[in-house]
Structure formats: structure tokens, C-alpha cells
Design a protein around this ligand. Structure first.
Ligand SMILES: O=C[C@H](O)COP(=O)(O)O
Length: 234
């Protein structure tokens, strides 16, 4: 399937004001996090609640809950009370050892119906000291996760394409979608990267830096940039 035939746009926001901007500019999914604190850094639960109120069901809402740890469900207690469509923990520091994944499944069992846990893989898994993307993908398929997110852990000058090439990403996406898992692709992608990814057809591109003023993920959202992404995905 060619890029754009069904690919939607996820925009990460840090406040209800940004959520309103992203929605107006055409975002298909609003993701809440605190971009200045890392790839998967949570925003305060009050902020997430205010974003949900602003979005008011117009599109689905997801929230980043940090890097997974054994006490993650307790730590996220207030976030988990909220009517979120998707939640996600990164796997930085979670290594690929025999039996890995059991505790992730145990975490998933504790999440209320209606909120889906996203399987998150970092393309720069060596820098994140986490499980390689192809292993997270197998896990997501085997245990019927609804959504898989491919992102980068370290937000520096490198992006997704420094760690995986377009063919590898396409194969990952096709395999997952073939197994009934929807895929979001992120990792400091710029709009120009879509040319290299022309044969990749994820369910969402997930962006922050590329839709902020000056391409800086800690700056304000720029609605013109969001609209350009929407046009590019048409
Ligand atoms: O969920 C996706 C991330 O927020 C993407 O952020 P980024 O485009 O700055 O890498």
C-alpha cells in the first residue's frame, strides 16, 4: 500500500492550549507528554485531564507515562483514572533477557477496559538499553497489542533513519499490520523524510519536533507545519 492512502497524523502536545491548536490544524490523534523531559516523559495528570476535556472526543487521546518500571502502575495512578484511549511506556533500561515481557503483560492486565497499552520500541535500542524493535514487534503480534509505536529514545540530531532504513521500517510495518497491529512511526522525522519513506504506510506518523517552531520539540507548536504534514499525507 502506498504512503498516504490511510496514514493519519499524531501530534504530541504538552498542554490543553496546544491540543486546541493541533486539533484545529487537523491532528488525527492527540498525544500528551512533556517533550522537554524526554521521549516518553509524562505530563502532569491534571494537564492530561485538561487535554482530554479540550479534545472532547473529537479524536482519540494518548498519554506517555515514562519508561516502564516495576512500580509503573502505582506511579501512574492518577493518569490511569482518566478516560485515555491509549497509554504508553517506553522500554529504556528494560533489557532483552529470557522471559522478558511477562511483567509487561502483567502490567497490561491491570489496565482498565477501553484504554489500550501501546507496545513501544526504540530504533536506537542500544542507546536506550532496551529490547530491539523486531523483538518488540514479535511480542506485540503474539500478544495481540492493538498498536505498536516505533520511536527514538535520545532526541538529538539523529533521527529514525539513522538507525533503520526505509526497507526495514516498511517490513516492520507490513508484518505488524498483517498481524492486526496498527503502527505509529516517530523518531524526530522531518517532512522531507517522507520521500525516503514513500513505500512505508503506517497507520500514523507521530510528530513533535517537526511541527514546532524552528523544528525544536521543546518550542511551541506551529499550526502551519501541522497543516503541511496533513497535506503531505493526503
Ligand atoms: O510520539 C511521538 C513523539 O512525540 C515524536 O517526537 P519527535 O517528532 O520530536 O521525535
Amino acid at each position: 500500500m502506498k504512503q498516504g492512502s490511510k496514514t493519519k497524523l499524531l501530534v504530541s502536545v504538552r498542554s490543553p492550549e496546544e491540543a486546541a491548536v493541533a486539533l484545529k490544524a487537523g491532528a488525527d490523534l492527540i498525544d500528551v507528554k512533556e517533550p522537554s523531559k524526554g521521549a516518553m516523559a509524562p505530563a502532569e495528570a491534571e494537564v492530561v485531564a485538561a487535554v482530554i476535556e479540550t479534545v472532547a472526543g473529537a479524536v482519540p487521546v494518548s498519554a506517555a507515562l515514562g519508561e516502564w518500571a516495576t512500580n509503573s502502575v502505582v506511579e501512574a495512578h492518577w493518569h490511569l483514572q482518566l478516560p485515555l484511549d491509549y497509554i504508553k511506556w517506553g522500554l529504556a533500561g528494560y533489557t532483552h533477557t529470557p522471559g522478558w515481557g511477562e511483567d509487561l503483560l502483567d502490567t497490561r492486565r491491570q489496565i482498565k477496559r477501553g484504554t489500550e497499552v501501546v507496545a513501544v520500541a526504540y530504533a536506537d535500542h542500544l542507546r536506550a538499553k532496551s529490547v530491539p524493535p523486531e523483538e518488540v514487534a514479535k511480542f506485540a503480534k503474539r500478544y495481540r497489542y492493538k498498536v505498536f509505536l516505533l520511536d527514538t529514545y535520545v532526541k538529538d540530531k539523529k533521527n529514525l533513519l539513522n538507525f533503520l532504513d526505509a526497507d526495514q521500517i516498511a517490513e516492520l510495518v507490513t508484518t505488524l499490520q498483517g498481524g492486526g497491529v496498527a503502527v505509529a512511526i516517530a523518531g524526530s522525522l522531518k517532512i522531507e523524510d517522507l520521500k525516503k519513506l514513500k513505500d512505508v504506510s503506517p497507520d500514523w506518523y507521530a510528530v513533535r519536533g517537526a511541527v514546532c517552531v524552528g523544528g525544536d520539540r521543546t518550542a511551541d507548536l506551529d499550526p502551519t507545519r501541522i497543516k503541511k504534514w496533513k497535506d503531505a499525507l493526503k
